[in-house]
Design a protein around this ligand. Structure first.
Ligand code: NDP
Length: 441
């Protein structure tokens, strides 16, 4: 694999085109056998450091419309946490379903699942029919794989019943030395970023973009107040930057002084440290503490002067009722996740009497992801990478995200043998360096 790494690092398309494709590669995987062994054990007892293994797997041949990438870096998304815990469903179930769709798709159904829904790297080989990309192109990958064989997705690929999240609902993901993607996932790598920085944006940024900016989400306008839960986490930190970049006013909610400082350094003026202020929204598992919901609304009002027009939701069970309550009359709660539990409780009177809307949002379509990537390439939105792990330590990296002990995004080096490589536009980088490094420890 060293010859692939060396060729990919050169910025020389001919070197990469001439490179022999290895028969196997190292990848971070979960194993079907581990899922069977853990079946019935409580999810709290499962540990990504034990379930995520790094092992050699065979290299898949790119089929029609597919591209094999020499993966320089990747990052941890929460979906890798779900895969590692085999919750709420073991991802082998997705691979089995995908494998049944066609003879070509059958190779996804393996006893191992190569994880990861982000990458930066270099196109190594293209399958038949690929026109837009060629060996040597430096790319990042959007995670959505549409199918589009039925009419459902032709207005918005998220409505395609056959769409899948690469590296979660498909095999051959980005936490590996090689990755298999569809050509219509690829986007140009922002030239001023390192491999690991470029790989840390895709999923979280495009999700925040659709939630907040797109007409499929909140279609945010200048001056709107946007409450962002987890504003120093992946989705939240990008939502905060998008709000500021679009002339809106983020109200950042975090759980430590260090995270509050990061929000202020991104440019947010309104920050609530939910831990310091001791907000506790539930009594036990099931009884809402309504006085705490009201206290939180009061804190938001006194900080921002009014209720938020938009709430960026993803914690789910713990916060959803609060989000519906505190959104302004006519406001929007846009949800993309349920990290703390997917059965939500809210008081529906707040929703209907004040004509609020709850909007479901998932990932982003290719066009939305492309628009978000362009903001990065122009230096308007910056990575929030805090820490980088080697591929061998993918389990530790996943553990950090699962335990909320990280800030921003956690990166993983795949073929890149050290951080800091891959910058092609040092001049833009020099101008934006402070913002790029904001989350680095
Ligand atoms: P991170 O772990 O980076 O950030 C999540 C943040 O949520 C944390 O920083 C934390 O902030 C906050 N949080 C955690 N627990 C609570 C709680 N009980 N109350 C309030 N806030 C809480 O994850 P990501 O930002 O990458 O992802 C967030 C969620 O979004 C995940 O569930 C993920 O699966 C989902 N997601 C969904 C996508 C989709 O397309 N549907 C795509 C990407 C992500 P703090 O402790 O500082 O308050």
């Amino acid at each position: 694999m060293t010859h692939v790494r060396d060729a990919a690092a050169t910025d020389d398309p001919q070197a990469i085109a001439a490179c022999e494709v290895p028969a196997g590669y190292r990848a971070a995987v979960v194993l079907a056998a581990d899922h069977q062994a853990l079946a019935g054990s409580p999810v709290e007892d499962r540990d990504p450091r034990k379930t995520v293994q790094v092992q050699e797997v065979p290299t898949p041949e790119p089929d029609h419309g597919e591209v094999l990438i020499a993966t320089m870096a990747s990052s941890i998304n929460y979906n890798t946490v779900w895969s590692a815990l085999f919750e709420p469903v073991p991802t082998f179930r997705f691979l089995r379903t995908l494998g049944r769709t066609s003879p070509e798709a059958a190779r996804h159904d393996q006893p191992y699942h190569v994880l990861g829904s982000d990458l930066s790297g270099v196109v190594l080989r293209t399958g038949p029919g690929v026109r837009e990309w060629k060996p040597g192109d430096e790319v990042v990958a959007h995670c959505l794989q549409p199918d589009l064989q039925t009419p459902g997705g032709h207005d918005d690929t998220l409505l395609d019943p056959g769409q899948r999240v690469w590296g979660y609902e498909t095999n051959f993901g980005g936490l590996a030395e090689l990755s298999l993607v569809k050509a219509n996932q690829l986007m140009p790598k922002p030239a001023h970023l390192t491999w690991e920085e470029a790989a840390s944006l895709g999923v979280a940024l495009s999700t925040a973009y659709r939630q907040l900016v797109s007409h499929h989400g909140a279609a945010m306008k200048q001056g709107e107040r946007v409450l962002v839960w987890g504003a120093a986490g992946g989705v939240g930190a990008y939502a905060t930057q998008l709000a500021l970049n679009g002339g809106a006013v983020p109200i950042c909610v975090v759980s430590s002084q260090a995270k509050a400082d990061l929000c202020r350094q991104m440019g947010a003026e309104l920050v609530i440290d939910r831990a310091a202020e001791g907000f506790s929204f539930w009594e036990g598992r099931d009884r809402p503490r309504l006085s705490e919901w009201s206290r939180f609304r009061g804190a938001v009002r006194s900080l921002a002067g009014d209720d938020p027009d938009i709430v960026i939701e993803h914690p789910g069970r713990d916060t959803f009722g609060v989000s519906v309550m505190i959104a302004a009359r006519g406001g929007k709660v846009v949800t993309c996740a349920s990290t703390t539990g997917y059965q939500h409780t809210y008081d529906n009177r707040h929703l209907w009497m004040r004509v609020k809307r709850i909007i479901g949002s998932h990932m982003a379509n290719y066009r939305e992801a492309w628009a978000a990537n362009e903001l990065v390439a122009r230096g308007s939105i910056h990575p929030v990478l805090s820490r980088v792990y080697p591929l061998d330590a993918t389990g530790d990296a996943t553990h950090a995200v699962a335990n909320n002990s990280h800030h921003g995004k956690v990166g993983v080096l795949c073929l890149a043998d050290r951080p800091g490589m891959g910058v092609r536009d040092p001049e833009l980088r020099a101008r934006k360096l402070d913002s790029i490094n904001l989350f680095r420890k």
